[in-house]
Design a protein around this ligand. Sequence first.
Ligand code: GDP
Length: 536
Amino acid sequence: MSEQLVETATSQTAAEAGRRRTFAIIAHPDAGKTTLTEQLLLLGGAIQIAGAVRAKGERRRTRSDWMKIEQDRGISVATSVMTFEYAGQIFNLLDTPGHEDFSEDTYRTLSAVDAAVMVIDAAKGIEAQTRKLFEVCRLRDIPIVTFINKMDREAREPLELLDEIEKTLALDVTPATWPIGSGQQFAGVYDRDEAKLRLLREGGEQDVALSGPEDGRIDSLLPHGQGDVLREGIELASVYPDFDLASFREGHLTPVYFGSALRGFGVKHLLDGLARFAPPPSARSADARMVEPEEEKLTGFVFKIQANTDLQHRDRVAFLRVCSGRLRKGARLKQVRTGKSIPVNAPLFFFAKERQVAEEAWPGDVVGIANHGVLRIGDTLTDGEELNFQGVPSFAPEILRRIRLDDPMLAKKLRKALDQLADEGVVQVFRPLDGSQPVVGVVGQLQLDVLSSRIQAEYGVQISFEPTSWSTMRWIAPKENGQDRAVLERFLRTAPSQMAEDHDSQPVAFFTSDWGRRRSEEEWPQLRFLALREQH
Ligand code: GDP
């Protein structure tokens, strides 16, 4: 390639990366994530009618057993990706399962986004799951745009909600809008940035530009008495810090929008905010070096595996987040963990309408790569370079069960099944050092149901679970790699029946109580006891 051609290719990568906005929605179940997703896709022209996201369930019905669990329980297990274009930008919305049993999946998805929308129910404020997910965003300083939803229902006072975000999450807030009433009285919002009223009207929004908070039209447009309440609100809003892009991008400040996803109100304003403020893909840290998105060579990592798109062929789709360069159809990529060359013949793009074979993908994009179990969560793919991205996290599970195999002749088959399902991140698998039956770790009971039902359906192996006395586990690592290795070896020998290796042969220890764990930590000061492990 001539130098000039290289130059053009590089700047095209920069330009394409520059218009990608890759984000997820975090919310406590029922806050309105699905409803908001539909409205966003509608605005992005990705779907024709609101309701299409739900229609996915119809297709699922024809799939396999574990999909049936999903169907029966009315929850969405699978993470999907939805791509749409808006305001000249390409948005990749990475959907996350709402059910808390699958929060591990959600955590991994958050490792692949550059921004998040936090949806809060206006009557409930910050809920348990909102908080947990927020903490994961904070770990990597993901910028957050907040949407306070369900203003068309009885809501808490805006001031109370804003203070709660500020205090419980230790996050600065800038109200982008101030709501006018709530419930039956919800009339719309005051847009602080543009000094205009955005009024809730049947079938949409009516915008009225104002000369300022003193504009007399406020009183003529709003129901009696609300003008004064609004003026007071505008005054209160000015107490909060002004919006600051740098602070937002560092994850310290969130702009807050009030609206109603169900009524489609406030959603366009939110999306405009995302288009203006959410960052394009930025440099990502790998073990060897920082990787810039505009680099010409391709890099990316797998954050999600989805199985059972076709039970007969046992095919799996690995979701690759592109971090740098251009991915071309037909490329061969290096799987750094194994050194294998992986053909990418038919990368799938996940436009909400249908799956499409993509010709190319750019930094920020997510593509699906069909494979038969070669790729696993945390895998880095490159154009040949030896580097590994950090940051697909595993969390110490709190439900630990030993697997009981009904037919011992099937032990080998079970091993393969567990390996593959651990690759997909369905459960974490631990192999005790004393050679006893494997232990699985999950965040929620539902994962166990999915595991046994898939092992039965796909591998023909019947298993059940035995309780263990353990309530927690930790990854164990030496503090100083060289000299403390021997200490680690010694520690592992103290109680082999309570020690195991994880799926990547990393040592772990099980504990029956927090007290026991703390005691071990005190007794073994040369070791680190980790509740979170970032995979390579
Ligand atoms: P998710 O669990 O977060 O995906 O929540 P959903 O989008 O499924 O919404 C949960 C329930 O709240 C559904 O019955 C929605 O119709 C309802 N809902 C969502 N957004 C709004 C809203 O803005 N106003 C009202 N009144 N209901 C809403």
